[in-house]
Each structure stands twice: as C-alpha cells, then as structure tokens.
Design a binder for this molecule. Structure first.
Ligand code: GLC
Length: 563
C-alpha cells in the first residue's frame, strides 16, 4: 500500500489535516526546559522565550508534558486541575501567548492528558473523601472495603507500579486504588461523570488552539474488578494479550477513545492524539492507532533494543507493516522523560549479553560511570537518530537529546524527586528512577543554572553540562545540535511518500534504505568502515566525517537522489 501525504509541507498550513503523519515532535518537560522568572522551575514563558530556538531546530510540533496545577508527587502527572496552568508555571494567558508564539512559527502544540488517575488534591477526589462510603462521589474513583474485622487490611495485596502497596486506606474502613503513587488515585471509567470531565477537558484545550493530545497510560483506563479481587500473583499470571485482563489493555477501553474521536473531529483540522500504551504486542498497540480511536500510538520497541542492525531492521519492518494495517503512521522514539537518555544507554557496557534489561521499559539507570563509554554512546545516539529521521513516520524527540545530553547518574538522594526512587520500585527495573533525564537544560556554558534561568535549577546540574550547552554547540559546526538542525531542515525533502525500500549491503552490520524520491539512508552499526561506493559523491549529511568514500563505524549518512 502506498500512503501519500498532502502536497502541503508539514506545519505550513493550518488546514493540513495530515500534518502529524511525518512530523518531528519535540517533547518539552516544562519544569526543566527554560525558567523565565528565575524561581528554579521551568515555566510557560520559558517556552515562549525559546520559540525561536525551537523554530531554528526545525521541529514541526511541541508536546508539553503536564503543566497543570500539581503537588508534583509524580513530576506533574498528578493533576489537581485539568483545565488550568500551575501558578508556578504561569497563567492561562501565558499559555495562550505560547500557542500564538509557536503557531506563528509553524509549530503545532500537543498537550499531555492524564486520564487514568488524578491528583488526590483534585476537587473530585476531595469530594469523594468528604462524601463517604457508597456515595456517588466515591463512585468516580475505585474504592473498596478493606478486609479484616474493621477494614484494617487492604482489599488485595497489589503492588503499585512505583513500588509499595497499590491500595491506600482513607480512615473509614475503605481503601482506594492507585496504580502509581499514593497521591494518584485511579478514576473509575465506568462512571459517566468521569467521561464528562475529560470531554470537557479535551474541548477546553482544543478551543484554546491546541492541535493534539498525548494520552498518558492510555491502556489503563478501563478496568473490570470482580467483587473478590484476585491476588497480585493471580493478576500477574493472567493473559494480558486478549483484551480481558482486569486492569490492562482491555478491549473496552477503545469505546472511550471512540467517544473522544467525535470530539477531535468537531475541529478543523481534527485534533490528533497519540497513545502511550505499554501493551504486549504490536497488534494490541495497533488498536490504539485506528482512525476511529486515538489515531496514533507510541512505538517503544526501540527503547528496549540494542544498537544493533538486525534488531533495528526487524523493528522498523514490523512497525511499518502495522501502520499499513491501521492506516496510521509509525512513531519512532529513542528517549523520553521516563527512560535513560539514549546517548547514555548506548554507552552502557553489555549486561548479560544485552545492553538493556529484558522486558523492562524503565531501563537500567545509575550504572557506575566506569561502565559507560560516553563517546561511544554519543556516536551511536546520533547515528540512531539520523537513521530514524530518515524513516517514514513521525519521530518524537526529547528535550536535550539534540545536544547529545547524557543521563545524570549521580544525583544526591535529597535532590531526587521521582516517586519511583522513594517508593523503592524494583531496583532491577528502575534503578535510580527517572530524575537523571529530567535535569534542567543547559543553554549557556556558564552563569546561573547554565542559562536555564536567573536562579537555580530544581534538580542540580553537573559541571559537565557546560560542554553540552546550546551556546557551546552553536559555535561548533560538527556538534550534535548542528547535525540535528541540518537533518531537520533536510528532512522534509525525504518525507513525501511513506515508503522505503531496503537495499542489500552485503554486510550484517550495515542497514541501507531508499525512499521513493531517491534519498538514501545508510547506517553502520558496526565498527569497521563501510564503502559507500560512487554514492559517496552525493553525500549531504553524515554523523561522522566520511573520507575516501568510507562511512566510519557507528555512523549514519544521508545521500541525495541521483540527478
Ligand atoms: C506515564 C508517564 C509517567 C508517569 C506515569 C503516571 O507513564 O509517562 O511519567 O509517571 O504515566 O502518570
């Protein structure tokens, strides 16, 4: 099947409904991006101040992680009010100004919607606590009577995803369910009020000009909890691939998204959505990406893959095949706010033969520095990114990856914020938690918080951030930032028809593909140089210098079509 996009270049027209299909989306973690008022916490006006930077980088859209009022029990993913801005981050007027600043530069805006749970400070949860057992207010969340004579024992032994128990007592014999932190009670999506709350929220932001939504924990909303709850061991043993697990990836969840689609389609162009859905198979993921549902789903396969040609080729082939089934476009992700930055991950010494823990999406953090080859990690990260940017589909970049920024491993316990760290999540899964990729960005090589703001940084920055600062990289033509800029500027020439053709290389470590318009991408995953042959004459971009027509190891080249 051949999928064509509108002739209008992505981002250039307000009426291009397909803008998302091959877009580069830049994730802003607002509290760590840019701090305009100098209080140590990034803010909305900080994004406005960096609008020219984002336009110069060449991204098509910005996805903002939560900026809503929040007690920050989980980095803002504990939302106290879905239709406002955290006063520490600004006001709705600042938000409107940010939309205008980005839109006027051709950049779309995606906001994060967190529908699986609210903050325990949310007015609906406070009402549920006040109203008491059996009330309609409690029915909006998941309350159960405790076991034992006075309800003093939890209704089940379930473990929260961040470690520790998943049921919390409220003092009257009842307990509520929270899959994440204690401060994040799960909603009951069988209750119509919950549907109404989120339909109102989607319209609220759409009316303000937001172009789309990233849906947090999209696979978790629908639940089916029997009167006698299963044990954690029984839950773990249940099939999670058939759409009937009590907690995860239930077929019924798609009824919610069909309802949401009707709201998205009230707008012109329709609002878009991308699902965060950690599900068992590519087939299950595809269900989130249908045109009558959310339309697109994150593909996290590469977060669990090594820097390895065979693994990359298999993942690309599988996901392009899936996108033909759904009619959606593929998404490519190497880093986000939940995982170890890919520059660091690719520099980790192999562990049990693999660089990442099998079956884990929160990849090993905090490996001793001696086990990390920073230069190799940086080289591979840039090569992997340029490989992805050449593929059909949309690529999601995480703030700071354009600088080649590494994970910060040595954050003192008292400076950490991630509940996964404090709740003692399984060390094999989370290690030190996720703060290491959430350290405020360095904009200048010196000065207060490396130009993040006039004050400090809410997570301390290490001294070595100076060499990754935007200012330092702008001055170096071969910096990661400048390679990203050139790639993003060229990328629209590659992205026309959503197809690729693999070209045999005769070398197991080298992947080469051509787009229908003649552009070629060659990535050398090995360490031996690879001869580009006569195509070397049409080389326009490479992540490492090419001399004598040979692409060095751990590098990617973009080759222009023959005249
Ligand atoms: C998602 C977010 C993560 C958050 C969790 C709970 O996985 O990406 O940061 O902790 O949901 O909201």
């Amino acid at each position: 099947m051949t999928l064509t996009t509108d002739a209008v270049p992505v981002g250039d027209s307000a009426i291009d409904a397909d803008w998302w299909r091959q877009a580069v989306v830049y994730q802003v973690y607002p509290r760590s991006f840019s701090d305009a008022n100098g209080d140590g916490l990034g803010d909305i006006r900080g994004v406005v101040q960096k609008a020219d930077y984002l336009a110069g980088l060449g991204v098509d859209a910005v996805w903002l992680s939560p900026f809503y009022p929040s007690e920050l029990a989980d980095g803002g993913y504990d939302v106290a009010d879905y239709r406002d801005v955290d006063p520490r981050l600004g006001t709705l007027a600042d938000f409107d100004e940010m939309i205008a600043a980005l839109h006027s530069r051709g950049i779309k805006v995606i906001v994060d919607i967190v529908p699986n749970h609210s903050s325990n400070r949310h007015v609906l949860f406070q009402a549920a606590l006040a109203a008491g057992k059996g009330s309609p207010e409690r029915d909006r969340y998941i309350f159960r009577d405790g076991l034992g004579e006075h309800g003093e024992l939890p209704p089940a032994d379930w473990q929260s995803c961040f470690g520790g128990p998943a049921w919390e007592p409220v003092g009257d014999g009842q307990w509520y369910f929270h899959f994440f932190a204690t401060e994040q009670p799960d909603f009951n999506w069988d209750n119509p009020d919950v549907h109404a709350e989120f339909l109102q929220t989607l319209r609220f932001w759409s009316d303000r000009g937001v172009d789309g939504f990233r849906i947090d924990v999209a696979h978790g909303l629908s639940k089916d909890l029997p009167a006698a709850l299963p044990s954690q061991a029984e839950l773990d043993a249940m099939d999670a691939t058939g759409g009937r697990h009590p907690l995860w990836d239930r077929d019924a969840v798609h009824e919610i998204y069909r309802e949401w689609r009707q709201v998205f389609d009230e707008y012109d162009p329709p609002r878009i959505a991308v699902a965060e859905a950690w599900v068992a198979t590519a087939e299950r993921r595809a269900k989130y990406a249908t045109p009558d549902g959310l339309g697109q789903a994150f593909n996290f396969d590469l977060l669990e893959a090594d820097f390895d040609a065979a693994q990359f080729q298999r993942i690309v082939a599988d996901n392009l095949a899936q996108s033909e089934v759904t009619g959606s476009s593929s998404t490519w992700v190497l880093s986000n706010h939940d995982v170890v930055r890919h520059a660091t991950r690719y520099g980790l010494a192999p562990l049990n033969g693999s660089r990442v823990k099998q079956g884990s999406h929160w990849i090993l953090a905090g490996a001793p520095a001696a086990q990390i080859d920073l230069e190799q990690g940086s080289r591979r990260a840039l090569a992997a990114t340029l490989f992805l940017l050449g593929l059909p589909g949309s690529t999601y970049l995480y703030q700071g990856e354009e600088l080649g920024l590494h994970e910060v491993g040595d954050i003192a316990p008292e400076d950490r914020q991630d509940p996964a760290f404090f709740r003692g999540a399984d060390p094999d899964r989370d290690g030190l938690g996720r703060d290491g990729c959430r350290v405020p960005l360095p904009w200048t090589s010196s000065g207060a918080s490396f130009g993040f703001g006039a004050g400090g940084a809410h997570i301390p920055q290490p001294g070595w951030f100076a060499q990754y600062a935007v200012e330092a990289e702008e001055a170096d033509p071969s910096s990661s930032l400048n390679v990203y800029r050139r790639a993003l500027a060229l990328r629209h020439e590659l992205q026309t028809v959503e197809e690729l053709e693999w070209i045999r290389t005769g070398c197991a470590d080298v992947l080469r593909f051509a787009r229908p318009n003649g552009w070629q991408v060659v990535t050398n995953f090995g360490t031996e140089p690879f001869d580009l042959g006569e195509d070397a004459g049409r080389l326009v971009l490479s992540t490492q210098p090419v001399s004598g027509g040979a692409l060095p190891g751990e590098a990617t080249a973009w080759i222009a079509p023959a005249a």
